[in-house]
Design a protein around this ligand. Structure first.
Ligand code: ADP
Length: 623
């Protein structure tokens, strides 16, 4: 509910209540016509005054006869409640007397608050009312209205703020979109596309499937890391099939108030069925579809929502042209009940794109920008291993922005390179290194680079080495795999470890002191060595699994684990020794690379190769 509606409602309610109050006020102050003064009793002045002094009379008036000293007519209402007359109406009895009033009488009457006026006034005219008498009710009413309006507005706004968009009273409106995404825009996930093509056919002509009695999947679970195009894929299915696309996130269903999430689910399905063919896309389904816990009270809402989802999915016939797509990057936490037949019984894996996939995705996005002809997207794809589709889209855009900043009209390779470095390492942070730091960083990076060349691992190409600080790092050595590697051999893993150790070892050899710059290298090398021993059976410890792949659970006794850890240490120590020997042996190459870095800040992999050949170690390696 938006603020304006709340405001209008409050003002409306306040006006209504205010006027109602005013009316009550008016009716109360107006004399009730049903109560008529009847049966005026005339009594001698003496008796009247006695009644006054005894307070028999509730209110009265004195009317002075014109021109006559002390002579007056007095009239009063006899105290007590109005009584019922024979004709059925209520009556107040009045008392009247005419005579001369003494000073004491007048005094007594004034004490009893008798009103004074001329004769006319006493005999039934009305007292001239002061302005106050008219103004008061109006002023009262206005203050009442304003006060109430203020109160309601404040309460309304507080409620609005508190409930936010989770307002329990606001029915969420689901508006479908007409998706214009086509399969051709989703690149690099051909298998996933193939798996959902059938659904497009079904949505286009459900009767064909009905005729054969085939059961179509009601739900498709798209599993994969963020940014790999899951949303896009669901949209493309809708786009290809001309189906309505309802998109929402699992967290939209998780409400503060028990039952709201569930009612939203019902409302959504009702809408989608009415507008079939349609696709419901639930992003982050894990927010609702997590395995049901063991009765923690806080999860009641969760369970109700999940149950509603299951009921709805069971509830629609499989020939209804509604298909639910759900995305998650954690299939393992999804409640098993969601994956039973007739629910999300089809799982489609959308993984990170491979080399070819990356190139295809880059090509799709490159359409939107003006790429220079010299740019080879295959090269860019090689340098972006591990990037998701979203990262690649971002890369192209960042590249175009960089080109624009250069005032160029086309995007060059260097723009894309800058974009890539920015995405993976952070911005160039422009911090100035001291001469001493430059020396250290140059040698550190030279160590990495040289070890890469010396390792002779042809599957990874040295891309470039730089000492320009970026993000958290002072320098970096970039590699690009020549192809997607699915299997790593033991020698490749060892080569990686040598390369990681190269930085620290170079500092030690060339400068005689070490810095904390190797911290990330140490982490990575240790983790690789540990996996070699614990998971991959690649050490003298043998063919024995010691922990589950994610190191979540030890599979061996504490004693065995201890022994294994000794093996990890030995393995690392051996590699460190090897790296030290190598760098000592090719010290001249190490120094030459470091010199080049200090001079040029960034050198390419080819430059490094060239330096290495110049220092004629290659022959030595070959020998
Ligand atoms: P997910 O749902 O898996 O997190 P999205 O589908 O939201 O990822 O992708 C975000 C953006 O990344 C898309 O809008 C698109 O620009 C780009 N993208 C991701 N994957 C691909 C792909 N396979 N092909 C083309 N573009 C992609």
């Amino acid at each position: 509910m938006n603020k304006k509606i709340i405001l209008c409602l409050s003002v409306g309610a306040a006006l209504f209540l205010g006027f109602a109050g005013f009316n009550v006020y008016l009716t109360e102050t107006r004399p009730d016509p049903a109560i008529a003064p009847v049966g005026t009793q005339v009594m001698p002045m003496g008796e009247f005054m006695e009644g006054v002094r005894r307070s028999d009379f509730t209110d009265g008036r004195i009317g002075y006869l014109p021109g006559s000293q002390g002579l007056a007519e007095v009239r009063a209402t006899r105290g007590g409640l109005p009584h019922l007359q024979e004709n059925g109406s209520l009556a107040l009895s009045t008392v009247k007397s005419t005579g001369r009033l003494t000073e004491a009488d007048v005094q007594a009457l004034r004490e009893k608050r008798f009103l004074e006026g001329d004769l006319n006034f006493v005999r039934g005219g009305t007292a001239p009312k002061a302005f106050r008498d008219y103004a008061l009710p109006v002023v009262d009413a206005i203050t009442q209205i304003l006060g109430l309006a203020l109160l309601f507005t404040v309460v309304g706004l507080i409620l609005h703020r508190l409930l936010g968009r989770n307002n329990a009273f606001a029915a969420k409106v689901f508006t479908p979109v007409n998706s214009t995404v086509k399969f051709s825009a989703v690149a690099g996930c051909n298998e996933a596309k193939e798996e959902v093509t059938e659904i497009v056919e079904f949505l286009k002509s459900p009767e064909r499937f009905r005729a054969t009695g085939a059961r179509m999947p009601k739900g498709v679970l798209l599993v994969g890391p963020p940014g790999t195009g899951k949303t896009m894929l669901a949209k493309a299915v809708a786009g290809e099939a001309n189906a309505k696309f309802y998109s929402l996130s699992g967290s939209d269903f998780v409400e503060l108030y028990v039952g709201v999430g569930a009612s939203r689910v019902r409302a959504l399905f009702k809408e989608a069925r009415r507008h079939a063919p349609s696709i419901i896309f639930i992003d982050e389904i894990d927010a609702v579809g997590r395995q049901r816990s063991t009765g923690a009270a806080g999860n009641q809402e969760h369970e109700q929502t999940l149950n509603a989802l299951l009921v709805e999915m069971d509830g629609f016939a499989s020939d209804e042209a509604v298909v639910v797509f759900a995305a998650t990057n954690r299939a393992d936490v999804i409640d098993k009940a969601l994956q039973r037949p007739g629910r999300f019984d089809r799982q489609v894996f959308v993984g990170l794109p491979d080399l070819k996939g990356r190139e295809d995705i880059l090509r799709v996005h490159a359409h939107a920008v003006k790429l220079d002809e010299s740019v080879d997207l295959n090269d860019v794809a090689k340098a972006t291993s591990g990037f998701s589709g979203a990262d690649l889209a971002n890369l192209v855009n960042e590249g175009a922005l960089h080109a624009a900043r250069r005032n160029a009209t086309t995007v060059l390779r260097q723009d894309l390179e800058e974009a890539r470095d920015k995405i993976s390492w952070g911005r160039e942070n422009g911090s100035m290194l001291t001469a001493e730091d430059r020396k250290i960083v140059s040698h550190h990076e030279a160590g990495h680079a040289l070890m890469q060349v010396l390792s002779g691992d042809g599957s990874v190409k040295l891309h470039k080495v730089t000492i320009i600080p970026r993000g958290q790092s002072l320098g970096s050595t970039h590699f690009s795999p020549e192809r997607d590697v699915c299997n790593f051999s033991k020698s490749q893993i060892l080569a990686r470890i040598w390369c990681l150790m190269g930085g620290r070892v170079a500092e030690e050899i060339a400068l005689g002191s070490i810095t904390n710059g190797a911290s990330a290298d140490i982490q990575q090398a240790s983790s690789l060595a540990r996996q070699m021993v614990f998971e991959w059976g690649m050490s003298s410890f043998g063919f024995l699994a010691l922990s589950k792949p994610d190191a979540s659970e030890a599979l061996a006794s504490a004693q065995t684990i201890y022994e294994a850890e000794q093996h990890v240490k030995t393995l690392l120590a051996e590699q460190y020794r090897h790296t030290t020997e190598q760098l000592q042996r090719y010290r001249s190459a190490l120094d030459a690379i470091a010199e080049a870095l200090m001079e040029k800040e960034t050198i390419s992999g080819d430059d490094v190769q060239e330096i290495v050949s110049r220092t004629s170690i290659l022959e030595e390696i070959a020998a």
